[in-house]
Each structure stands twice: as C-alpha cells, then as structure tokens.
Design a protein around this ligand. Sequence first.
Ligand SMILES: [Zn+2]
Length: 681
Amino acid sequence: MDVEAKISELRSKIREADHAYYVDANPVLGDAAYDRLLSELVDLERQYPEFFDPNSPTVRVGGAPLDAFASQAHERPMLSLDNTYEHDDLQEWFDRVARSIGSEPSVHPEPHSLFGDQAVPDVLVALEPKVDGVAVSLRWERGKLVLALTRGDGVRGDDIVQQVRTIRNLPLVLSSAPEVLEVRGEIFMDDASFAHLNATRESAGLPLFANARNATAGTLKSLDPSVAAERQLRFVAHGLGVVSTELGSSWSDSRCRLEAFGIPVNGPSVLVRGASEAVSEIGRFDQLRHTLGYPTDGVVLRIDDFALQDQLGLTSRAPRWAIAWKFAAEQAPTRLLDVEWQVGKGGTLTPRATMAPVFLAGTTVQHASLHNIEEIERKDIRIGDTVLVEKAGEIIPQVVQPILAERTGLERPIVAPEVCPSCGQPLVRVGPKIYCINPSCPAQIREKLAWFAGRDQMDISGLGDKLVAQLVDAGLVNTFADLWRLDVQSLMGLEKVAEKSATSLIEAIDQARGQGLARVLSGLGIPQVGVVAARTLAEHFDDHHQLLAASAVDFEALPDFGEITAQLLWRWLHKQGGETVLSDLAEMGVDLRSVRAESSQLQSLADCVVVVTGTLPTLGRKDAEARLRELGATVTGSVSAKTTHLLAGEKAGSKLTKAQSLGVQVVNEAWLLAHLDTPSE
Ligand SMILES: [Zn+2]
C-alpha cells in the first residue's frame, strides 16, 4: 500500500473510532489500540508532510501556536438572544408571536390571553437548555471544517479553528453534509473537567477560574492550541448559519440531521405549545439542570418552524422568533459574622466568610468565598455587614456585596493578616494573593496529608480531616512517611481515639502501602500532577528509581505533558525535596512500583475483558471501570466475542441482550466488590 493510501486509511479508521465513541457511545477500539493508530499517523505525517491535512485527527493534540487570531466577517450576523427572567415577559413574547403570525390582530378579541389558548394553537416552540459557555460559528465546506468564528461583535469574530479542532466530540470531517454548512453552538467545559482544571491549578499555585465559562473563554484565548487540547472542551450545536441546502423545514428536523452527521446537539429538547406549557417545562429544566454535568444558565425558546421564523424576522440585535429564559442566580441576604484565613496545601491563604445560616439554591449555606483581599477592599465588605450571598454557576457561594443601607456603624473592616494563622511566620503578598512560604507550616502539612489519605489517592479509611489535624498538632506526623511510623499506642494518646479505631486505622494505613506508584504520585501534591498525569507516569515508568533518572525532556514526551508540567515535575523531584519524600516512603515499605510492573502477579482479574453497563447500586460507571482496571481487567466499551464478563446494573439494555446471546457471563456490582475485598496473592 502506498503511503498516501495508508495515511488516508488511518485517518478514516480513527474517525470511525471517534464517531463510535462520541456519537454512538459504543467504542470500537480500546484506548491503547486507538493511541497506536494515532501515533502511527503522527509518525507518517511527520515523515511525509506533503500529505498534510488541516482536519487530520492528529490536530486533536494541538499543533503549533499562533501569532494572533485572524479576524473575519460573519457571512450572516451572529445575533444574541433577548433575555428575560420574568414570567410576564415570557407571556408577552408568546402573545407577540401569536399576533404576528396569527390572523389579523383585530380578530383576537382578547390580546392579553395566553398564546396557547388562542386561534393558532399548533405553533410549536422548541425548548433547550442554554449551555453556559462561549458561542462560536463553525463552517464546514464540502464536509471539511474550515472556519470557527467567535461571536465577536456579532458582525466580525476571531477565527479559532485550530483551537476548535482539538475538541474531541466534534467531527472535523462530515460525510454527506451540504456543500456549505454553518453550525452555531456553544463551546463549554463540563463540571468534571472544570473541577479537574481548578484542582491542578490549585496544586500548581495558579489562580483559579471562577466558573466554567471563564475557564472556557480563557482557554480559547490562548494562542497555543495544545492548551485547548489539554483542557477537554466540548461543543453542542444550538443553531444554524449559512446552509447551502436546507436540512429540513424546522429546527427539530435540522437538529436530527445534525445529529446524524455526528455533530453533538444541545439536549434534552422538548416541543411545547403555548406559554403555560413552556413555563412548566422551564420549571422542569430548572430541577434537572444540576444533574446534567455541565453548566447551564437558562432555557432557549424558539419557534420550531423555519417559515414562521422568517415571517417573524429579526430586530437589529436579536431574532424575534426566539427568546432566552435566564435562571436568576439565587441570592439571599445574611449577616457576615467572621472571616477566617485558610491555608491551602500550596500555601495560599484564602478568606472564607462565616455567615448566619441562610437557605440558598436548595441548601443551607453558612460559608462563602470572599476571593481575595483586593476584592474585599474594592467592595468594602466589613465584618458585621448584612451581605448579599449568591450561588450562580459557581460551586462555592459568593459574597456579592454589602447592603450599605443596613450599616449600623459597628462594622469592623477586614484586614489582611501579616503572619500565617497556622505557623505564625510572616506572609508573602503578590498582588491580591497572600502566601505562607514556610515548608513546615502545620496547616499546609494538614492539607497535604488529608489529600494524600483521600479516596483517589492512598484511600486510607478512617483518616479524615479532623484526625489528620490531631496528628499534626500532636507532632506525631510531619511527613507523608510518618504515617507508617504511627502505632496503636501513640494514636490512643489522642483525644477521642479508642483502641478499636486506633487498631483499624493502623491496619488501613498498613494496607495503603500497596496502592502503587500512580496513587502515591497523585497524592503528593506535585504541581500539575493530578490523578490523570500520575497514571500516565506510572504507565511509562516502572518505579520511582526510573522516575528520578528521567529528564524534563523525557517527561515532556509523555502524552498530555506540556513543557511547564514537565519542568515543574522535574523541579519538584530534584530541587524541592521530592527525592527525599519518595525515598522516605520507600524506606517505610510503601510500594513505589507501577501497576504495570506488578500486574501479572497481583491482579485477580488480569485475564478478564469486562464491559460495564447500566446503573450500578453504589459505584459510578467511571469508578467501577477504574477499580476493574486496578484489578488488572481490560475494560472495553462494547460486548464482543472477546468479552469475558458483563458488569450490569439497572437498565442494562442492549449490551445485556448481546452478552446473553454470546453466552458472556453477566455479573453485578457485588461481584466486583467481592474481588476488591479479597486481594489475590
Ligand atoms: Zn504557615
């Protein structure tokens, strides 16, 4: 086979695998097989640059940074939507639509009655959640993605196509699409990716993003596409721009066509008739939105039928045929009782407000973030103030502002601390940030140890925040390795620790010796090295000796390791005491070998090929899969003749049927838990 044919075969195989994964949710290739194809393609493209294709699947990993974004005009302006928070406005919109597309206005005796009750009850309005991200207009020509313009001022936007090409759920090449297809939609970060991004930034001592939308916008502003590639952005379509051949006569028809092309569409979507149905659906969305796993800030309502849309037309700013219902950020007033400066595991001090308990967005809230000292000073927030607290897209409630009218004159200003509240050492202030740089600061050690003992790291049950604090305060534990120097006797010297719980804690700590290199590395708080990066390291290095022998260049060659992460890791290992931390742990008998090195002897499911399906009683799907992998099983997405077990929960569906027809053994969660409880020797 000639090189060109080989390259094109690899590209189409990878595209098929992407489609199976992102569209059918039924992967046809394992991760390793996928990576093999991709790296083969990368090699060939590097060797034969004459076969370059801007939409090759290899662009997913990023590509060369840009000097600047090119600005370009939208062929059709990218309008925004009118917004409303009021039921009255919504009803008025329905009334207006009814008057414009119904018969003559004079025919309606009661212009104020609800649209649905009037003479044109068959007009369908499509409702979709409004995803809170960054709007973009994508353009495919002859099936190839050629352009991705930001909204800009609605008339001109910036071309961010290189960044957009890294979005994995977006097909870069479409078969059987119209000659020109412009799809408008939203680029966003799901809750899990956002949490992961902020966690890695926190451990690297970088400023956190306030919400997923800011994180997405910040990512897309980076001229280096590999930043977007690393941060796992996603796309959903919510409209059309220029289309050379209509996809259908309505938005809901067109949506189906987009979906068939493999373009992710915005769902769940429903069709309603009339304002009262719309209001009850909006209420339902409001209930549902926190379970979607990605940020939404409202509901978009639009006339489904394109002919009716044309009839209604546009204003200069917004279409008349659509409106956005925005969920109000829930706010409540309460009294600010105190401000506490908390020391994080990276040494950053953050101000946390304690308030009189207040009910907000479904929960009782007593603490809120005050961001940093500059924000406090700018807003002039004082202790004793009645403040407005808000829970919007953010996970942690925020203090919005003081209510000045309620001031009595007895309020006290909030001052930045000069010494660390934990260790008493002088603090360092850099702009709005305040740091404790004392490496033996007890608060930092507490935070680090609590993280290390956590479920995704050493998973030491019984070792929670409170006990960690007691251990550090009593001087029993100062380093990670000190945990394995504890004994029942010394634990029993602590307040409220009985012999029984001391014994089981020592057992749990003892067992944690065997968690393996990946979990140890993700627990140490190495800047930028979270669960995923730690796993990558453990896949490429057999043990900590190999890790210590590696250069920053070796780290940079790892998948998803940029230059900065590589440098930070190398510095941590060789300049910031990492070598000592690891050798201390090794001395205490903590296993610093990678799972790879031990997989053949220790893992009870090593010969199993398992598919997980349905809803399990206690474990999430990802969690179950991770645990299966820990036990050595190969986890795949689809049932085939090679599958040995189907781990099925409720609503297992077609995979269960297929497994039964192939005679694959069907097991439940209890089976997995039993294997986890009896580690084989
Ligand atoms: Zn300190």
